[in-house]
Design a protein around this ligand. Structure first.
Ligand SMILES: Nc1ncnc2c1ncn2[C@@H]1O[C@H](COP(=O)(O)OP(=O)(O)OP(=O)(O)O)[C@@H](O)[C@H]1O
Ligand SMILES: [Mg+2]
Length: 401
């Protein structure tokens, strides 16, 4: 099987260099382009498997083109080749969603091996589009849920998504708080399109069409934002949410869903489609009372195997200790997030998630731990198992907050 590639570079010299570096019979060069709108036509006409683009310092036009291709042509993979690769370039490539970036390899063999490995890895991911039975292991869908407003659901969802993207995972963050969703504020993004335009304009969604309604955050996380105004919420039906989520899980490593605090049909659809439910609670008797009720409801819906209880703002107060929480809600605590008003508020005011803006804070550390547990696969261990063993396998809390 042949891999068809298109070469794009503003500099004639670089095009020649790239061509000379490809001398593998499995790799066919379909053509080349200097970029710009002519490149778009060429891509459209030749439908390459892989586009190889050269990237120099400050080449924002190259990055913009890469972003467009990545968003609109998920079946065409982009490789960026830099003459001198530095951290800044690497970060800017990841920001536009391109994870395949290398310094010009020293030999044609090395270059061909790299192209083939990118092609094979991406193909394996796309294969799951047609093989529904593989979906369970290929993607983790997490609903971040809680029994009340203001518990920190959006804080956890947004920071976790960014952290997972930093770990080079493909992450989509879906704002299903359809009336008052505020992920755009947490991430300081201005969506051109939201879930409303998506459900109104696309009847039979494909991964290609859905991605064009997303906004790419600078961390590389793809975000499907909530409607701009609460009255649009009712235009989104549970059926559309169901088909959207089953589509997203075919492409992304992690689908993270932020929810509104209610047992609405939309939330139930998200919860039932999820592999994990991050159930956020806090140290307050009224929150705990509602949390207990919600967990029994999830129990009657046979969803508790997926529940992972996260205590946010976990500080031992005189009235309720963290151990009391477990007793009150009758369910094991899976993780604790410390309380840090300053770091949280500062992140929100600046629109920079704390995992990026204050990476060494305890708050960020606790999200990093969560992300590590997810990436290791240990988050999928049954809670029942955890219940049996004294103390969870999980590391946190690393310290008493
Ligand atoms: N661990 C924490 N320490 C200190 N402040 C926090 C912490 N977690 C969240 N906050 C703050 O609490 C407020 C509410 O958080 P957030 O918006 O994430 O809650 P929510 O559960 O999504 O609320 P809603 O249900 O209204 O959407 C925010 O101002 C946030 O900065
Ligand atoms: Mg919220």
């Amino acid at each position: 099987m042949k891999i068809h590639v298109l070469l794009i570079s503003k500099m004639e010299r670089n095009l020649g260099l790239l061509k000379r570096m490809i001398e593998d019979e499995e790799i066919v060069v379909l053509g080349d382009s200097a970029g710009g709108s002519l490149a778009l036509d060429k891509i459209e006409n030749t439908s390459p498997d892989i586009i190889i683009m050269t990237l120099g310092a400050g080449d924002t036009d190259v990055l913009n083109l890469a972003e467009r291709i990545i968003l609109h042509r998920p079946r065409t993979f982009v490789i960026l080749v830099a003459e001198h690769l530095d951290v800044e370039m690497m970060q800017s490539a990841i920001k536009v969603g391109c994870h395949n970036i290398i310094e010009l390899p020293s030999s044609p063999k090395e270059f061909s091996d790299y192209i083939k490995s990118v092609y094979n890895n991406e193909k394996i991911r796309l294969k799951s589009l047609n093989e529904k039975e593989n979906l369970l292991w290929s993607s983790t869908v997490i609903s971040v849920f809680g029994a009340k407003g203001g518990l920190g659901k959006t804080t956890i969802a947004a920071n976790l998504a960014v952290k997972l993207a930093e770990k080079r995972k493909k992450v989509v963050l879906v704002d299903l708080d359809l009336q008052f969703g505020d992920i755009n504020i947490f991430l300081d993004i201005e969506p051109k399109e939201t879930i409303i335009e998506l459900v109104q304009e696309v009847i039979t969604p494909s991964i290609d069409s859905v991605r064009s309604y997303m906004t790419v955050h600078s961390s590389g996380v793809h975000v499907l934002c909530a409607p701009r105004s609460p009255e649009y919420a009712e235009l989104v039906s549970p059926e559309r949410v169901l088909s959207l989520l089953s589509l997203l899980r075919t492409y992304y490593d992690y689908v993270i869903i932020d929810t509104a605090p209610s047992f609405s049909e939309i939330n139930m659809t998200a919860i039932e489609s999820s592999s994990l439910i991050f159930f956020v609670t806090g140290l307050d008797i009224s929150i705990l009372k509602n949390s207990k009720l919600s967990i029994s409801l999830l129990e009657s819906l046979q969803q508790t195997d997926k529940v992972r209880v996260i205590v946010n703002r976990a500080v031992d107060t005189n009235s309720i200790s963290i151990n009391d929480v477990q007793k009150i809600i009758g369910y094991p605590i899976w993780a604790k997030i410390p309380s840090d008003y300053k770091v949280s508020v500062n992140a929100l005011n600046r629109g920079i998630p704390f995992v990026t803006g204050a990476p060494s804070s305890k708050l960020s550390q606790s999200i990093n731990d969560l992300a590590d547990i997810l990436v290791s696969g240990a988050a999928m261990d049954s809670v029942k198992e955890n219940k049996k063993s004294k103390g969870f396998k999980l590391k946190f809390p690393r310290k008493n907050y």
